[in-house]
Design a binder for this molecule. Structure first.
Ligand code: 8BR
Ligand code: GLC
Length: 539
């Protein structure tokens, strides 16, 4: 690994920057080094300087001299606060470091992408295949009159789980009315019916699914090399991963070398937008309904935490645990084992985030909350927040940011969380134990980056390379988000998106929203996942 090790000194009106470049323990004496200095207050650039013709401009007065591998730049400056960006090129590879110089001290300033590229992130345990299905008239034609009648009847009191084909339709329509949901398939015959949808030409595409699959691929696209743990990994699942995603099996190896099962874990995702209709019932929003299959093998048996090298951990997938398995083990036992594993990671000071998903079964939801006492952070959308609060307060609402904040605070207090994050269509809210995480300014940077990612993904369907992030440049910030911001400024004394609430600090960000998104499945995962990783990089 190549690393830039800089030292900045201010002597009278001169600034001296010494830079060393290391490749592992070896000092690189023939690197090309370029330095850009930026006055942060006045936003003035000094001429860029470099050892060779590496940079576009070089000035005669300010030259980086290579003194046997100590690249030295001396220049005159009265700036009190400035930013130094150092580039080093060796063997055709260029790396960058950004420093902020203020009141005689230097501090490293990291950019979100640099963090993603350098953090060791471990993600466990849900990886699945998402079969994306069109919601249109062709779907209606698959059921006869009598079934249609039953669907319309069942809509009055949905079962919130799938025992029959009717339940799949009820789930789609209920999600169109009240927002995206995920129900578990309890009858294997329905799986057969869902598998047949491709023959009807209703299957739009096959994507990687599950929080672990989605977030790890995103980190890899942006230049990271995350590690996953998945108890179920078929050849078909493995083929959907980017090449720089690794897996523990048990050592850290390329995903393709860690195939553990023949059978894939498959979910069916019915994506709809606000113009879609099913049996003349119109959708009220863009969203999706997920029919989730259950599998005996789909339960974690965590690898030894002491053999794992991680700077941050993201956990998810507990919503698909079965209450009871054939060998007699239960979801509760699996969660208990997970807690022991989490405590092991906590002893090693590795920050741990739990990402929630729609969990219809109340007792499973209740068991999942046991994990809250042990992790540092939890993340969710507003409907998942509502499901959580409903465990204790049946009348809970999440109608606006004030209601959401009230519930976030209750949960943070109840479980002693260091961090809780909620994303909605239009704004994100994060709540932190003051002084126990990172500065609100850096948190805002992480939130803004996550919003750009979500906008780019909604706009273009997929992010294939880091440059695709630019697609978010043309997307504007949501009016709903801006209105809620005003409300919070008036009601809870928030300034610049930040306010204190007893032991907690709240950070609010109105976010970019694409008016006609190409796809919405997995957006929440990339928002929560990228934000948490970047914040960990600022710790
Ligand atoms: P979940 O996947 O957890 O449901 O989160 C979905 C999130 O995706 C929303 O909270 C919202 O922030 C984001 N999102 C959606 Br849905 N549609 C979007 C759009 N059109 N533009 C930007 N973000 C969107
Ligand atoms: C849940 C679903 C998975 C989907 C993901 C998207 O994990 O089980 O199928 O890809 O949510 O957020």
């Amino acid at each position: 690994m190549v690393e830039i090790v800089p030292e900045v000194k201010k002597i009278g009106e001169y600034v001296v920057i010494f830079t060393k470049v290391y490749e592992g323990p070896r000092l690189v004496t023939d690197a090309d080094v370029a330095v850009i200095i930026e006055d942060v207050e006045e936003r003035i650039f000094l001429p860029r300087t470099s050892t060779t013709d590496f940079s576009v401009y070089t000035s005669k007065e300010n030259v980086v001299e290579n003194l046997s591998g100590v690249y030295t730049l001396i220049f005159k400056s009265l700036f009190k606060k400035f930013k130094v960006t150092i580039f080093a090129r060796t063997k055709g590879k260029t790396i960058k470091k950004v420093l902020l110089f203020e009141r005689g001290q230097t501090k490293e300033e990291k950019e979100p992408l640099d963090i993603i590229r350098t953090m060791n992130v471990l993600l466990g345990f849900n990886v699945n295949i998402d079969k994306i299905i069109y919601v249109d008239k062709r779907l209606e034609k698959l059921v006869d009159r009598a079934t249609r009648k039953r669907i319309l009847q069942d809509l009055i009191k949905p079962r919130k789980k799938i025992d029959s084909v009717e339940d799949v339709f009820v789930g789609i329509i209920d999600s169109m009315k009240y927002g995206g949901q995920e129900w578990v398939i309890e009858n294997p015959e329905v799986v057969g019916w869902l598998k047949g949808l491709y023959k009807e030409g209703l299957e739009k595409e096959t994507k990687i699914g599950g929080q672990v699959g989605i977030i790890s691929n995103l980190l890899a696209v942006l230049g990271g090399s995350p590690t996953i743990y998945s108890p179920v990994l078929s050849r078909e699942q493995a083929a959907l991963f980017r090449k720089n995603v690794f897996s523990v099996c048990p050592g850290r190896r390329p995903v393709a070398e860690c195939i553990s099962t023949e059978k894939s874990k498959i979910n069916w995702v019915f994506e709809f937008d606000r113009t879609d209709k099913l049996f003349n019932i119109r959708s009220k929003q863009d969203g999706r309904f997920i029919a989730g299959s259950q599998m005996e093998e789909y339960r974690p048996a965590w690898p030894d935490i002491n053999n794992i090298d991680a700077d941050a951990i993201i956990l998810s997938g507990f919503h698909l645990l079965k209450k009871k398995y054939k060998d007699g083990s239960t979801a509760k036992q699996i969660i208990k084992k997970t807690i022991e594993w989490v405590d092991g990671a906590a002893k090693r000071n590795i920050p741990i985030h739990l990402e929630l998903t729609c969990t219809e079964d109340e007792s499973l939801r209740e068991s999942i909350t046991e994990l809250f006492y042990h992790v540092d952070s939890v993340g969710m959308n507003e409907s998942e927040l509502k499901q959580l609060v409903k465990l204790t307060d049946r009348k809970a609402t999440v109608k606006d940011s004030l209601a959401i904040i009230k519930h976030m605070k209750e949960i943070a207090d109840r479980f002693g969380l260091k961090r809780i994050h909620v994303h909605t269509l239009g704004y994100y809210i994060n709540l932190y134990k003051t002084g126990e995480w990172v500065s609100p300014e850096n948190i805002k940077k992480a939130m803004a980056f996550a919003s750009d990612l979500a906008a780019a993904k909604a706009f273009g369907d997929a992010i294939e390379k880091a440059e695709d992030l630019r697609m978010s440049d043309s997307v504007s910030v949501s009016d709903i988000g801006l209105k809620e911001q005003e409300k919070l400024e008036q009601n809870i004394n928030m300034k610049n998106g930040i306010t204190k609430m007893n032991d907690y600090t709240l950070v609010f960000l109105p976010t970019k929203v694409v008016s006609h998104p190409k796809s919405t499945v997995g957006l929440g995962d990339i928002i929560s996942g990228s934000m948490f990783v970047i914040e960990c990089g600022y710790r």
